[in-house]
Design a protein around this ligand. Structure first.
Ligand SMILES: CC(C)(COP(=O)(O)OP(=O)(O)OC[C@H]1O[C@@H](n2cnc3c(N)ncnc32)[C@H](O)[C@@H]1OP(=O)(O)O)[C@@H](O)C(=O)NCCC(=O)NCCS
Length: 330
């Protein structure tokens, strides 16, 4: 008999069971793409009582066998928006498990006051995945498309000097690990708001960041064992941080690093600061984390500026994803 239950993810055994479904699905759906480790998934979880993020986990059991896992993610910025994921073990598909999980997530989201639901599907480049038909069948509308790229780090490091655009007059480069320098903190927060405003997946609401929220996020990363390397550009006259980019490395990982959060403040675009911060951070990566072999990065398929930078650095397409959206029960 199929049951759907809430999962207490502070119980490691329960979260392992929930995560086991994802491991099986990844091997079937996207074996050519880097997998998320258990440690990484656990390190991602908001801590109980986190004031910014609230996640709700569900597991589908066939008897005592875990056959599906699902999650709704709510943030303080978008109280009416839930980000949903549903994953079913490959040998248990087309038996209604995914629909049961999605229905339960939608009910929970409605009770939490959400009126808009989003999710995404991911596939190796050029292939089809069942999630697309599943989302469409459940009334979700296809939205933005993102492209997943991988960078061969040892090869890229040999070309950094040639790629370096140089620091334009009036700016300087800064780098740091883990915690942003205090004098840049509020500017860092403002750049996060710019990223959110540019992201099609979060366009339905604005994110409100301040220095305290940046510090809380950094503390969460450190407590979870996630290491970060960041590079930025400061406008010399004002002392303002006007561009930033960062890498994150999950606990226990040595070879695969994720590229996240590159942004150049709107009024400072057009000076090659995007390429400059990325080159600076790759240089930092080469000396701080010398075992790194691959960096992965997601970009909106319409984000021509960032795609041009990543292509110049040597990123190659490995997969793609589609956002799916539904106005709740409308
Ligand atoms: C997408 C996924 C969750 C579906 O789980 P599932 O338990 O097989 O889904 P259901 O049995 O409830 O399917 C419901 C309907 O969705 C559609 N559907 C699901 N899989 C499909 C496929 N491979 N091809 C075409 N339609 C499909 C069908 O209309 C199906 O109804 P039917 O079986 O009566 O024809 C599962 O394939 C999966 O885990 N995929 C990887 C993760 C993913 O992409 N998740 C979705 C985005 S978060």
């Amino acid at each position: 008999m199929l049951t759907v239950d809430a999962v207490d993810v502070t119980d490691e055994a329960a979260f392992r069971q929930w995560f086991s479904v994802r491991v099986r699905a990844h091997l079937a759906d996207a074996p050519s793409l880097p997998a998320t480790s258990f440690e990484e998934a656990r390190s991602d979880l908001p801590r109980p009582g986190d004031p910014y993020d609230r996640w709700h986990h569900l597991i589908a059991l066939d008897g005592s066998e875990p056959v599906g896992s699902a999650r709704a993610e709510l943030t303080c910025d978008n109280p009416d928006l839930a980000y949903l994921t549903v994953v079913v073990r490959p040998d248990a598909r087309r038996r209604g498990v995914g629909s049961a999980l999605l229905g339960a997530l939608e009910d929970w989201s409605a009770e939490a006051g959400c009126t808009a639901l989003i999710g995404d599907t991911m596939r190796p480049a050029g292939s089809a995945v069942p999630g697309d038909a599943f989302a469409a069948e459940h009334g979700y509308r296809a939205g933005a498309v993102s492209v997943f790229r991988l960078l061969d780090v040892p090869e890229a490091l040999t070309r950094l000097d040639a790629l370096d655009p140089g620091v334009p007059s009036g700016y300087r480069v800064v780098t740091w690990a883990e915690r942003c320098p205090s004098e840049l903190l509020e500017f860092r927060a403002a750049l996060n708001e710019e990223i959110a405003a540019d992201d099609p997946a979060t366009r339905q609401a604005v994110e409100a960041w301040d220095g305290a929220r940046v510090r809380a996020y950094e503390d969460r990363m450190i407590a979870a064992g996630r290491s970060r390397l960041c590079a930025g550009v400061v406008e010399t006259a004002s002392g303002e941080l006007v561009a930033v980019t960062w890498f994150v490395r999950p606990p226990g990982e040595r070879e695969h690093v994720k590229q996240l959060g590159t942004v150049v403040a709107r009024k400072h675009r057009g000076h090659r600061l995007g390429l400059l911060v990325k080159v600076a951070n790759l240089r930092q990566l080469g000396s701080a984390w010398p075992g790194t072999r691959v960096v992965s990065s997601w970009n909106g398929d319409l984000n021509a500026a960032m795609i041009a930078i990543n292509s110049a650095l040597g990123y190659r397409v490995a997969g793609e994803g589609t956002d799916w959206e539904k106005s709740f029960r409308s």
